[in-house]
Write a protein that binds this ligand. Structure first.
Ligand SMILES: Nc1ncnc2c1ncn2[C@@H]1O[C@H](COP(=O)(O)OP(=O)(O)O)[C@@H](O)[C@H]1O
Ligand SMILES: [Mg+2]
Length: 251
């Protein structure tokens, strides 16, 4: 079955000016993401993952090339894209409920209340509406950030190392929760990570980036049934294959 094309990145080039020098950060990026797909992007630190996600999110519009969502050129941030960063970026002086309200742009007060309740339930945080971010664990705060990013029902959710600041066990738990959120809502997701296991656990496809300048080096289709078993032979084999793309960096 042909899937509807959703996000298209073509011939994307990005340079930064550093000390009067033009430094190429992303070079000739082509990326097609289908609706409902979960795309993982892995790459070494500094290879341009966040830059790419910021461009797709519309937070950076200074680039060459084409970036379109549903056929429309991305010209800035919009409610059709939600973003989650490594840090939760909640407003510390607002409660969970207020942080959600602050993000929610459309609807009557009644609809807003319902949307907030629906999304807090999705991330398992019913009962924490009145808590302040400082009263939450790292994992809980990140779950609020995910709920907040989804509350406007975006077409696409962009995740920039979303579990990178969490301890190992919380991280595993959050990966499972992310999977169930994706399976329920089928929001298209793009997750950037430097954790190959995480990329394989969640992604329907894993794109490997090389660095300096960032290019798309390789693409792997993850054809394993979900939920995936991390100690399964096929899982380990694919993980190893992706690791080998980083061989030069590791030896
Ligand atoms: N605002 C900026 N000005 C100049 N260089 C930048 C800027 N932001 C990022 N860079 C550089 O661009 C490269 C890619 O950064 P980034 O996208 O954050 O990588 P990643 O997320 O993969 O770690 C890095 O070498 C970084 O130093
Ligand atoms: Mg980054």
């Amino acid at each position: 079955m042909m899937k509807k094309e959703h996000l298209v990145v073509a011939k994307l080039n990005k340079t930064y000016q550093t000390d009067g020098q033009e430094v190429s950060v992303l070079e000739d990026i082509f990326l097609h993401v289908a609706q409902h797909e979960f795309l993982s992007i892995v790459g070494a630190s500094g290879c341009g993952k966040s830059t790419l996600l910021r461009i797709i999110g519309g937070l950076d519009t200074e680039y060459e090339g084409m970036v379109t969502l549903g056929g429309k050129k991305i010209l800035g941030a919009g409610l059709d894209r939600g973003i989650v960063f490594q840090e939760h970026r909640l407003l510390p002086w607002l409660t969970v409920q207020e942080n959600m309200e602050f993000a929610l742009q459309e609807g009557s007060p009644e609809q807003k209340k319902e949307l907030i309740a629906e999304h807090l339930e999705m991330v398992g945080l019913v009962g924490f509406e009145k808590a302040y971010p400082s009263q939450l664990s790292g994992g809980m705060a990140q779950r609020v950030a995910i709920a907040r990013a989804l509350v406007n029902k975006p077409d696409i959710l962009l995740l920039d190392e979303p579990f990178g600041a969490l301890d190992a066990l919380t991280r595993l738990k959050m990966q499972k929760e992310m999977l169930s959120i994706w399976e329920k809502g089928k929001t298209t997701m793009i997750m950037v990570t430097h954790d190959i296991e995480e990329a394989v656990f969640l992604g329907s496809r894993v794109v490997v980036m090389s660095d300096r300048p960032g290019t798309i080096k390789k693409e792997f289709v993850v054809d394993l049934p979900r939920p995936r078993n991390r100690s399964d032979a096929a899982f380990l084999q694919l993980r190893k294959k992706i690791y080998q793309e980083f061989r030069e960096d590791l030896t």
